[in-house]
Design a protein around this ligand. Sequence first.
Ligand code: NAD
Length: 489
Amino acid sequence: MIAPGRRADVGGVSVPVDHLIGGAWVGSHESFETRSPLAWDDGPLAEVARGDDETARAAVAAAQRGFEEWGAFTVGERAAVLHRLADLIEEHTDEIATVETLDMAFLQESMRQRLVGRGALNFRTYADLIVAHEERAWHAKNMDNVVQHMPAGPAVVITPWNAPFMLATWKLAPALAAGNSVIHKPAEWSPLTAALLAELTLDAGFPPGAYNLVQGIGEEVGAALVADPGVRRITFTGSPATARHIGQAAAENIVPFTAELGGKGPLVVFADGDLGAAAHRAAWQFDDSGQVCLAGTRLLVEESVRDEFLTRFHEHADALVLGDSRDPETQIAPMVHPDHRAAVHGFVERARAAGDTIVRGGRPLEGSLHYEPTLIEPTSNDSEVVQQEIFGPVLTFQTFADEDEAIELANSTAYGLSAIVFTGSRERAERVGRAIRAGLVWVNTFLVRDLTAPFGGCGISGIGREGGDHALEFHSDLKTLMIADDTCN
Ligand code: NAD
């Protein structure tokens, strides 16, 4: 067993690399390395604890004990702890931004200006929601009826490597607000900001075991956690392939689970829309090197404005600045991992071989983990690059003749996470927006969301909805309490 207490120096920030179980740092038998996409060949950024079955059992047992105390906190007490955690996150913005940038190449300025604050806001939003949450009570059938939200128990929270800090807070906040203890298992390609967050929880006022962090490989400790019968909720963000495994484990133990999965969103441009805004937004789908589940990766453009749209799109794409994520001038960061970039390039090579037209880009860059912002005009809507999530800076371009064809193309993949529509007609906005099968449709805007609105996908993009009360419902067991009239003093 490697003794606990190890830390890594990550860009001058000291990061714990152990598990946090029952309020204490716990070592492991083995470790795994995480590297920086900004300096891949420089060797490991950190050696992180590699959890196993024993770790999973210890974490679930600690979470069961932690749940006894945390679940008994009043909603006001829980809210105070969550606000305190949000304060701590804000106080440590620079450290979190530095570590996220080195660990997975997220743009440092974006982290500083937007995503760390959004992480804090996730905790504040749920702190406020849980306090405002009112029990439904009514009188019927000669009884008082009350619906009670009971905390469900230990929740396993499994998160992906893209936007790791923000996505973790998004899933952890409702679980904790509902009164569940949590075991967070971050992705092995970007485990470090989860460790900073776990460390902050030690000063926020959680009882021991309410908040646990387990590091390691998905197929190892991740699989052991979701299979543990002591777990009462599983909430997962990642790929459909992993969701199938987790779903089987959840079914075995009859445990509710939510899955936020991949996307293949259309970005639909009607001739009556603002073409300048649409072309600008389309080029910005290369943001984060396309490693964004919500990205509108299928550009669907009305035939009559094809040339004008493409001219403007290329102007914007040409102006994008690829560079080091620490440089504030950089707009497009390197990709997370050489293996992932190779997988993205594989899609492009197969498209090329199949006769699809590579309109721009299509190659990895030398000297960094960037991939050229790429646009492909497919030979058919059945092309792999149209139908499969690529999760890199690769967009497809197709045209449509009329609204019916636009809707048909928009709905023509197995995914259904999100869509973006540009139109100048309010009637069309309603009509097309309602006809698209997706959990989220943005018209003439993108990414902005009121945190109380539902979030999730249709088809293979997911199961269940997060956001607002939807996540609180998921993390609670609902009880109807019925007391007969005139039977009690
Ligand atoms: P992934 O499915 O490979 O891994 C996600 C997490 O699951 C990681 O923590 C991993 O360790 C863990 N895991 C892997 N196998 C496991 C198993 N058998 N049991 C338990 N846990 C296991 O996904 P990824 O490559 O990290 O993330 C990219 C995917 O996530 C893309 O498909 C992307 O679209 C999706 N995503 C979706 C959303 C959303 O909100 N819908 C947000 C971000 C990313």
